[in-house]
Design a protein around this ligand. Structure first.
Ligand code: CP
Length: 333
């Protein structure tokens, strides 16, 4: 079994620290280039992307490799991931063949496969990502799945370290209003990685927008091991008090999963209150503002905050490039 990068939770804190050090070396241009030595990396995108696609393609190129970008159902065949299926529907190829064929050409496979937001009990198990990992003879890199976005989380941890230094920080992950329910991969991975790094994490959201219970158990277990603290807060103003990092993200309700009209009706009451604005940022301890992007301006965050000196969103996006170089070289050497 090759070592994969599916969630940060499968990697020990020391390994994550090593990746962060390596990423910082890449950013300082201290690390060697041409580490891929002409090898190819497959990048499989079921969903749209700016940052992930561009940073992976550039990263592979700068490491002396070749990116093979594939879009199932677009430029490649539609894919079935369920075992034992009678494939008499609209799916042309099974992941079992797709992945093993790619493994004969490519040294690693990156995959982006968002939640369909239809069936919570199924999607919380990350079925497509895990089908890739099951059949792959080469490392699989999660480029955002239904439940996790570990490359983003690692870039986020690097950005916090760059801006605020090493050590425990007071970090807020805050839900924000958005016109429609969104997947939970980014908040899941940010919370998990924050716990692994030992940060004091406040997760703020309205009642009914809880993260997955099993994941929360893991987050609490990780925090217990690193000395971090996890607090759930439903008062959005209080949540900002004294924090050093504000990470905004919207996500959908598990209880209303697969029922977008009901979620949209439920969240309507939170629109005015659950936005990151100047007043809330003034309650922080000179907090930095973070978001994975893309972000809806004046919905998730005001122009005044995202355009302020405290906003580090462009640095976060740049750091995707450096952490992904670190991940690729670690998996392939
Ligand atoms: N943050 C992030 O993953 O951006 P993209 O969806 O544009 O890749």
């Amino acid at each position: 079994m090759p070592k994969h990068f599916l969630t940060t939770g499968e990697w020990a804190r020391e390994e994550l620290e090593g990746l962060l050090e390596r990423a910082l070396e890449f950013k300082r241009a201290d690390a060697r280039a041409d580490l891929l030595g002409g090898r190819s990396i497959a990048l499989v995108f079921f969903n749209p992307s700016l940052r992930t696609r561009a940073s992976m393609q550039v990263g592979v190129y700068e490491l002396g490799g070749n990116a093979v970008v594939l879009e199932p159902g677009g430029t490649t065949w539609t894919l079935e991931h369920r075992d034992g299926t009678v494939m008499d529907g609209d799916k042309t190829e099974h992941v079992a063949e797709f992945v093993r064929v790619l493994g004969r050409y490519c040294a690693a496979i990156g995959i982006r496969t968002f939640a369909a937001l239809k069936n919570w009990e199924e999607e919380r198990t990350d079925p497509i990502l895990n089908a890739f990992a099951k059949y792959s003879n080469v490392p699989v890199i999660n480029l955002e799945s239904a439940m996790h976005h570990p490359c983003q989380a690692l870039a986020d941890m690097m950005t916090i370290r760059e801006k605020l230094g090493v050590g425990r920080k007071k970090v807020l992950l805050t839900w924000a209003w958005h016109p429609k329910p969104l997947p939970m991969a980014v908040p899941n991975s940010f919370a998990l990685a924050s716990a692994q790094m030992g940060h004091d994490l406040v997760i703020a959201h309205p009642q009914g927008y809880e993260l997955d219970e099993v994941l929360m158990e893991d987050i609490r277990r990780q925090a217990a091991g690193t000395g971090g603290r996890i607090t759930i807060e439903h008062d959005v103003d209080k949540a900002f008090d004294g924090v050093e990092v504000v990470y905004a993200k919207s996500w959908g309700s598990k209880q209303l999963y697969g029922m977008p009209e009901k979620d949209i009706a439920e969240r309507a009451q939170y629109r005015a209150e659950w936005i990151v604005d100047e007043e809330k940022m003034a309650r922080t301890s000179d907090g930095i503002f973070m978001h994975c992007l893309p972000v809806r301006r004046n919905v998730i965050v005001t122009d005044g905050v995202i355009d302020s000196q405290s906003s580090v969103v462009i640095d976060q996006a740049e750091n995707r490039l450096h952490v992904q170089k670190a991940i690729m070289t670690k998996l392939l050497h």
